[in-house]
Each structure stands twice: as C-alpha cells, then as structure tokens.
Design a protein around this ligand. Structure first.
Ligand code: UD1
Length: 424
C-alpha cells in the first residue's frame, strides 16, 4: 500500500498555488446531467474523487472530453441509466449529488447507500426530505441497501422546504432538482457555503432562475430546460487553510496564491488569535509564523461562515505544538476525532469527551506510524510529521489523494522533506 513519509523539515518557505475546490467541482460536474448541451468546467483539480465522478457520469450516458489539463467538457445527450453504481457510490459519498439532477431530468433515480470518509453516520434523510417535498415518491429499499426516487408524471413541483440542519449536500441536491421543477421552490435554513454559490452561479449560467444563494433562504423559479455553459471552479478554501497551517505549524512563511481570503475568514481570525502573522496582499494570503511567541486558542466548528469542520484536524495538529491548553469543539459531525488517536501516537496527549478535545499543547511531537483516518485527518498527520522528530509514516493515503491535488509535490516545493512510496 502506498504511504507518505515525512521527515522533520524546519520552517517551510515559498509560494503555493491553490487548486480548484474539490467540494465545488463534484456538484458542478453532477449538474451537467441537467442538460443535453455541452458544459465546460474550467480550473478542475486532478483528484481521485473527480475521476470517480467522471466514471459515474459516463455510466449515466455522459460523453466526457478531458484532454486539456484542468478543463472537463461534459455532454449528456441522453440519460442511458438512472442507477448509481454501488462500487463508485461506496468510494465517494458525493456520488449522491447526482440524485437531484437525474431525478429532475430523467424522472427517476436509484442510488445505493453512500460511502466516503468515515466521519459519523452521514445519513441522507434531508436530501430525501427535499425530494419528497418536491412531490417525488421515495422508497428506502433497506434490504438491497438502496433508495428509489421517482417523480410524478408531470415532473417535480416546487414547494417550501425547511432543512433541519443546513446540510451542504442536501442544499445542493435540492437546488439542482428544483431548477427544472414546476413553479417556485424555497429552501429555508439552506447551507451558505461558497460552494453553494458556485453551483448556483453555474446553474444560472445554464439558464436556471436561482436567487439569494449564499443566504439561508434560496429561491428557485423552475424553468423548462437548461443549456450548456462555461464555468470556472472556485479555489479550494480547505486546501488554502491547510497550507496556511503548514506555515504556522513549521513556524515558516508561505504566500498562498490563487486563494479567496473572504472564504477563509475564520481561519485567518483564529491564526491571528494565535499571534500568527496573516496579511492579505494582492498576490495572495501571506502567512508568517517566524520568530513569534504563539498563543493557544479554542476552536468550535460550525456551518459556514463559522469555522470549517474540514480544517478542524489540521488546526488541531498545529495547536499540539502551541504552548497552552486549547479546546476543540466539533459540532458538525458526531465522529470526527479519529485523528486524535493518531496524533497521540506522536505524543500529542489529547483527551476527548463527547464532542470536545482538550489539547494540552506545547508538545514536541515524535515521528510514528500513523493512519490517514479521513481525507483532512491525512493532511493533519502530514502537518504533524513536518515538525515531529524523525520520520512519520502516513498510511491509507488514498484518503488524501481523494481531495488534494499534487499534495506531495506542493509540500516539496515549500521545502518539506516528504515523499510518497508505492510499496512497503
Ligand atoms: C460537505 C463536504 C464536506 C464537509 C461538509 C460540512 C462535499 C463533497 N463535502 O459534506 O467536506 O465536511 O459538507 O461542511 O461537499 N446530515 C444529516 N442528514 C442529511 C445530510 C446531512 O443528518 O441528509 C448531517 C451530517 O450527518 C452531518 C451534518 O449534517 O452531521 C453536515 O453534513 P453536510 O453538510 O450534509 O455535509 P456533506 O454535504 O456530506
């Protein structure tokens, strides 16, 4: 099995360019199912999850041209199947994003229960609640571990849908389904993540009539058909945060280019609270942690615009090295502390109780054999490895490759002593 080896690297220094956002490109690709015309998606990152989504779309009837780096052209002249492939769905939870567009265009979708990172139960009840509200018949076929959703004879009908939690995936799925529904749909308590706005922008370019995306009440007037368009993916705010933390944890300085500062405000604020220097410049976000007395701080994850749950584990890795006790509170997912065991193997001495982790801080981490327990936890282990004595061996790195483009090379470019090995 492939592994990443990280050696103690000293302060990282240099520039890094952020790639297109994983969490945007996946729903954007799914949205191309809504039209028979060609959609051109630009600034696409080269990720395993993107490859999985391309395979899914192909199974549904998509013709894909990805000959040019960073550009994916998708045409779906006809939906040839509306059944998700169980293996692909197990590999990637974001496969469920194809439910809304398939339901809207083909009137039916059969989806095996989703897989993905093992962070909590991650049900899809809110997605299904939305489809039901739009008039679809939803059958949960528990025996065969799949869901069958069917629209009425006249398609979907707009309605007011209140989400019990501002779920990103449910908001995106309902948004896509509602674009072709009869009448008006309103999503109340909608997610406000930048990826939702990116998706709404793409859909509006395709001819959808969506207003107020980015607020907690999105309004969608259904249209009869959508067309092709050209759209560029927004930069990845979680990759941005990861490299900001690479500067902080190694007490180095990094210019993070092609990043949108407005999307990482809580990360900037929390790093500043820790006395890390963060400057937003025309060239990018400059993070400088050299020769500074750093201060511990508490973090609490929340839906956007709160502190992102996807940066919780990388930030925790950083806090283990800062003198003073910090409390990390996870409120979005119920089981997102699996990296604590791995950080403790390196000497972090973190304790957890329910959704709180207490980080004593000020630890000199030591290299160890650790696992990437999920995508972002994998990044956290690499960050910890950069400052640990000796060598840190990170296994199960397929998680990292799902969501970070050119991960090892970007770190090497900043002076990290890091390499990927294919076999033991
Ligand atoms: C997306 C992101 C993921 C990020 C998460 C929260 C993608 C591909 N992934 O995941 O990186 O960590 O947002 O910012 O965009 N929930 C339910 N019922 C549902 C749906 C969700 O109870 O039907 C719960 C989940 O179990 C979780 C919480 O809501 O506790 C947040 O989930 P959600 O916002 O839906 O996350 P994802 O869309 O899966």
């Amino acid at each position: 099995m492939a592994k990443i080896l990280v050696n103690s690297s000293g302060p990282l220094h240099g520039e890094v360019a952020i790639s297109g956002a994983k969490n945007s490109v996946l729903p954007l690709l799914a949205a191309t199912l809504l039209t028979e015309e060609t959609c051109v998606i630009e600034d696409t990152p080269d990720l395993v999850d993107v490859a999985v989504m391309k395979k899914m779309l192909t199974n549904y009837g998509a013709q894909i041209d990805d000959s040019e780096q960073g550009i994916i052209k998708v045409s779906v002249p006809e939906i040839v199947s509306c059944e998700g492939d169980a293996e692909l769905v197990q590999e990637m939870r974001a496969s469920v994003f194809t439910m809304g567009p398939l339901l809207a265009r083909a009137g039916k979708v059969i989806m095996p229960m989703p897989g993905g990172c093992t962070i909590g139960k991650r049900p899809i009840d809110l997605h299904l609640k939305g489809f039901r509200a739009l008039g679809a018949d939803v059958v949960e076929d528990l025996e065969n571990e799949r869901v069958i959703v069917t629209a009425g004879e006249n398609g979907l009908n707009g309605d007011v849908i209140y989400l019990d939690f501002p779920s990103v995936g449910a908001t995106e799925n309902i948004l896509m389904a509602a674009t072709l529904a009869n009448g008006t749909t309103i999503i109340e308590n909608a997610a406000k993540e930048p990826e939702i706005i990116d998706l709404a922008n793409l859909l509006n370019k395709m001819g959808a009539r969506i207003k107020y995306a980015g607020t907690d009440m999105i309004r969608i007037e259904g249209v009869d058909r959508l067309t092709g368009c050209i759209h560029a993916v927004i930069p990845d705010r979680i990759e941005t945060g990861t490299f900001m933390l690479a500067a902080a944890i190694t007490r180095g300085d990094i210019l993070v280019k092609n990043a949108l500062p407005g999307h990482v405000r809580p990360i900037i604020a929390k790093l500043k609270e820790c006395n890390v220097g963060v400057d937003v410049t025309p060239e990018g976000i400059y993070v400088d942690a050299r020769d500074r007395e750093l201060i511990a701080t508490d973090i609490k994850t929340l839906p956007y615009p709160g502190f992102p749950t996807d940066i919780q584990s990388p930030f925790m890795a950083f806090l283990t090295t800062v003198k003073g006790r910090s409390i990390v509170r996870e409120t979005v997912f119920e089981n997102r502390f699996m990296h604590v065991v791995e950080l403790n193997r390196m000497g972090a001495d973190i304790s957890t109780e329910n959704r709180e982790a207490i980080v004593p801080g000020g630890k000199k981490l030591k290299g160890a054999k650790v696992r990437a327990t999920d995508l972002r936890a994998g990044a956290a282990m690499v960050l910890a490895g950069l400052v640990a004595t000796g060598t840190t061996e990170v296994s199960e790195i397929h998680h990292i490759e799902r969501g970070y483009e050119h991960f090892v090379n970007k770190f090497k470019g900043l002076g990290a002593d890091i390499m990927k090995i294919e076999h033991d």
